[in-house]
Design a protein around this ligand. Structure first.
Ligand code: LRH
Ligand code: MN
Ligand code: MN
Length: 406
């Protein structure tokens, strides 16, 4: 580590009134879940690209995820998608994960790949298809119990392409009925995370189009239902930080699917297009942790930070490393915001002063801080460089092409 760079950083931050002991403790506690599907082959609606070395089954996906965690110390759990990660024995998958120092994170049911779901799953006008979808959700609750996963992460592709194609209010009620049944099957320590998306694959209406609909449903279901914010699922210009602040204050922010977007649900590497947005999301979270009251502070501890990306043109493991490192960098920068200074400026209506207090943290170079934290944790100072210099990337090439894909 460059001791001089850190000494200078420490001096500057101390002068700004930042407590680096607390900052380091927060950084060491950061956990980012990676998605099993981010390690497999994926593509656009035009083509799925087959890459050499891609995992052939869920067990190998966990091996790759373990490499990301070994190098970064940031990613100890992996979300699974059923049936993409279907296996005979989920207990065996859990032991495998544990043997690698990992745990199984959120279980994601998949209600969009069977022909039956073309016109909807839990909101299909056909009651037998709704039943099939609910049964799949219940199966996923059982899987989550076996994998000791806390969260069932729900995203529905349900929606319509044309006016009149579906009875919107009936579909709203069917959605609620389905989730009520699933909610009842949860253990007391489990959560339903409800994801929303304003478009795609349906383009006229989506049954859970925005955070307000997801929030309303969560409210009706009960305290174990919370909203999941996927950063790619909003209309252009949406203020995601505001949504985050609102949900936090209501104690209904369950977690995130981080990814970057330029135009739509692009699923690009988190922090690659608009890092300031990610920083501002963390600003709202840290602000709520500081002055939102004990209950809000407690709910902040349970936020699930998850990556939801598909790496179509990138190498899978480096793309995942870049993603978790980008999230860590923006979190580190947000930890340097002097919240009292921002609040004091806002209270005296000092618009530019408040904006400066936020932005000045973003403009700090956190490299010395991240190096210091990694050194204290016994991690490589530059995880990406270590990966590229190591042999893991070559060793997996023996898997050949034609691995798991969605
Ligand atoms: C939908 C989504 C949802 C799915 C994942 C693969 O766009 O964000 O979370 O489960 O992509
Ligand atoms: Mn998502
Ligand atoms: Mn998405």
């Amino acid at each position: 580590m460059n001791d001089r760079a850190y000494a200078l950083f420490e001096e500057q931050q101390t002068a700004r009134g930042i407590n680096l002991v607390e900052v380091k403790a927060s950084l060491k506690a950061l956990r980012i879940e990676t998605p099993s599907w981010g390690y497999g082959d994926s593509g656009t609606r035009f083509k799925v690209f087959q890459k050499a070395g891609v995992p052939r089954n869920p067990f190998e996906k966990f091996q790759d995820a373990a490499e990301v965690h070994r190098l970064t110390g940031l990613a100890p759990s992996v979300a699974i998608h059923i049936p993409w990660d279907k296996t005979e024995d989920y207990g065996k998958l859990r032991s495998h994960a544990e043997s690698l120092g990992l745990s199984i994170g959120a279980v994601n049911p998949n209600l969009f790949q069977e022909d039956e779901y073309m016109l909807g799953s839990v909101t299909n006008a056909d009651a037998s298809i709704r039943r099939m979808a609910i049964n799949h959700l219940l199966e996923c609750v059982d899987i989550a119990k076996e994998t000791r996963s806390r969260d069932l992460s729900l995203w529905f592709a349900d929606g319509t392409n044309y006016p009149g194609q579906g009875h919107i209010r009936n579909r709203k009620r069917w959605m609620q009925e389905a989730l009520e049944e699933v909610y009842k099957a949860l253990n007391a320590d489990m959560r339903l995370l409800i994801e929303y998306k304003c478009f795609e694959p349906a383009f006229y209406h989506t049954d859970l189009a925005d955070w307000g609909m997801a929030y309303n449903l969560a409210q009706k279901l009960g305290p174990q239902a919370e909203v999941l914010v996927d950063t790619g699922h909003h209309l252009p210009g949406a203020n995601i930080e505001h949504i985050v602040a609102y949900l936090l204050d209501e104690r209904r922010l369950g977690g995130f699917h981080f990814n970057s977007r330029k135009y739509a649900d692009d699923d690009l590497i988190a922090g690659s297009i608009n890092p300031y947005e990610l920083f501002l999301i963390f600003y709202q979270i840290l602000s709520a942790r500081q002055d939102g009251g004990a209950e809000v502070a407690e709910s902040v501890e349970h936020i699930a930070y998850m990556i939801d990306q598909s790496h179509n043109i990138e190498q899978k493991i480096p793309a995942m490393l870049r993603s978790v490192l980008n999230v860590q960098t923006q979190y580190a920068k947000a930890l340097l915001i002097h919240l009292d200074e921002v609040n004091a400026a806002a209270a005296r209506n000092d618009v530019l002063g408040a904006e400066h207090a936020v932005r000045s943290a973003f403009e700090c170079d956190v490299t010395p801080l991240l190096h210091a934290v990694r050194e204290e944790q016994g991690l490589p100072l530059d995880p990406m460089k270590s990966y590229l210099a190591g042999s893991y990337g070559d060793s997996i090439l023996a898997r050949g092409k034609g691995g798991a894909s969605w």
